[in-house]
Design a protein around this ligand. Structure first.
Ligand SMILES: N[C@@H](CCOP(=O)(O)O)C(=O)O
Length: 498
């Protein structure tokens, strides 16, 4: 399978293998790599009944990463999905009566990002070997909270790599921040930045595109790659868990093969919901993809009107991983819905850069019919956490709660009875202060005290990673202005050479 940029002109000839696309992370024209021919309907879920998570993941990867051998994929999968996860099923599907929660937070850092960042380092190092690439790889990641820690954990002490993470100095939860700044590993580097996620992501993309920096990097024996979902190697492993979930529903006789399901995804950078779209294209029947946003509801407006407009206030919310106005992976969806029209996507992205908005055409709008979009405000999110716990003793983190609230509204509006999966993206303990408040327990501003209080009240197991987090040594403490990020990277690398 060949990969091309979402912004490529028709037949431009700039094709990459998946190994090359994974190493590069982002295309030279700033677009994102997409498969030239999508492996449509390549999977029959019925044939996967009885398969373990690892087997399903390998099959999914093999449809996209065709230049990897079966042995290479198997090695990557087995190294990724092992006892690092606190459950043998890797991603349990929990039935609460009216909806299924696909729990994606059983990996090392207690967020869904582990599902892909446990395997990306193996895919990347295999790709580097395949391409006989001798340069060291510098992984850049912008994070609004969860990606950063999962990327650090995945790449810590991985030979031939340096990992540099940028997170907003205001907004991420106390626990999320502590997870990142206590990260061990000589090759790990973490910076808070005086800006939000969009600022961090934009600066990282600009650095990727800067030819001068690239030259400087190459002469010192380095190249950049990305750990965000802009990297196709990050995105494809996420497709596997939706296929897995559908197969579980057949196995548990909740549905029959061929029955359509809804998938609800709390959405920020649009990677997770795009993975659900890819799973649909690959072969699972989907009725609606439900895109749930917090107050940063740019995607809600886009899906409902076709106008993507970032000329609006940026809100810091209790679901910080979704505090995003520029959702990178939407570009991939637009590309697919436009029938692979790279020139049109290029125009949209140019408009977004220059005019801060763009308007999708009718052709794309009709493709968006598959999606339902809405958002939850802060009060609704809190209420959703409380109601779910009272009714089912099921503990949701604020991101999952946003998704649940949006789903509740959807059901009320449409009376749709289609079996529905909610992507449960993080452990509630990462946001314990918010969850404690939502449950009506005495307020606890300190995230670590809040973890203890929440555990006392609910008895829900605290993820291993968070148990002794408070006592871990703080190793990263630098804060940068956004315009200092480039210098921060170059200085970090210079020090590593000395
Ligand atoms: N929600 C993310 C933002 C980055 O998203 P990604 O999927 O592109 O890595 C975060 O937690 O950092």
């Amino acid at each position: 399978m060949e990969y091309i940029s979402t912004r490529a002109k028709k037949d431009s000839g700039h094709k990459k293998t998946s190994a090359q696309a994974i190493i590069k992370g982002i295309a030279e024209d700033d677009g994102l790599f997409v498969p030239k021919q999508f492996p449509e309907k390549a999977i029959n879920p019925n044939e996967l009944v009885g398969y373990e998570y690892q087997q399903i993941a390998k099959i999914v990867l093999s449809h996209f990463f065709t230049d990897f051998s079966q042995e290479e994929l198997e090695t990557c999968v087995n190294k990724a999905y092992d006892s690092k996860f606190d459950t043998a099923s890797i991603a349990p599907l929990i039935d609460t009566g009216d909806v299924y929660f696909l729990e994606l937070f059983h990996g090392k850092t207690a967020a869904f990002k582990d599902m892909a960042l446990s395997i990306l380092p193996h895919l990347l190092t295999t790709a580097i070997e395949k391409e006989k690439e001798s340069r060291k790889t510098v992984i850049l990641a912008a994070t609004s909270g969860d990606t950063g820690k999962a990327a650090l954990e995945g790449f810590a002490d991985v030979e031939g790599t340096e990992i540099i993470v940028f997170y907003p100095h205001i907004g991420v939860s106390q626990v999320q921040e502590r997870q990142m700044i206590t990260q061990k590993g000589d090759n790990t580097h973490v910076f808070a930045i005086k800006g939000n996620f969009d600022d961090a992501q934009a600066a990282v993309k600009k650095i990727f595109a800067d030819k001068k920096i690239e030259k400087e990097l190459t002469s010192s024996g380095y190249q950049f790659s990305s750990a965000n979902s802009i990297n196709i190697g990050r995105l494809v492993p996420q497709v596997a868990y939706y296929i897995w979930a559908y197969v579980q529903m057949i196995t548990e006789k909740k549905i029959e093969n061929g029955d359509a399901i809804n998938i609800v995804v709390p959405t920020g950078n649009f990677g997770n919901i795009l993975a659900a779209f890819y799973a649909k294209e690959l072969g699972i029947p989907v009725n609606k993809l439900i895109c749930a946003s917090n107050r940063n509801n740019v995607l809600t407006d886009f899906i409902n009107t076709g106008v993507y407009d970032i000329r609006r206030e940026f809100h810091i919310t209790s679901s910080p991983s979704m505090d995003i106005l520029i959702s990178s992976n939407l570009e991939r969806l637009l590309y697919h819905l436009s029938g692979g029209n790279g020139e049109r996507i290029s125009r949209f992205m140019q408009d977004l850069k220059e005019k801060k908005h763009y308007v999708a055409d009718d052709y794309i709008l009709s493709g968006l019919d598959l999606f339902y979009a809405n958002y939850a405000n802060e009060e609704e999110t809190m209420e959703s956490i409380r109601k779910m716990y009272q009714k089912n003793q099921y503990l949701m983190d604020p991101h999952t709660a946003v998704a649940y609230k949006v789903y509740e509204d959807y059901k009320q509006k449409t009376n749709d009875k289609t079996p529905t999966i909610i992507s449960a993206t993080a452990s509630a303990y990462k946001f314990a202060d918010t969850v404690v408040k939502a449950l009506g327990l005495p307020d606890e501003e300190d995230g670590f005290e809040a973890i203890a209080r929440l555990y006392q009240h609910t008895g829900v197991k605290v993820p291993k990673e968070l148990r002794d987090l408070k006592s871990k040594e703080i190793r990263h403490q630098k804060t940068l202005e956004c315009n200092e990020m480039e210098v921060g990277i170059l200085e970090t690398l210079r020090k590593r050479v000395e």
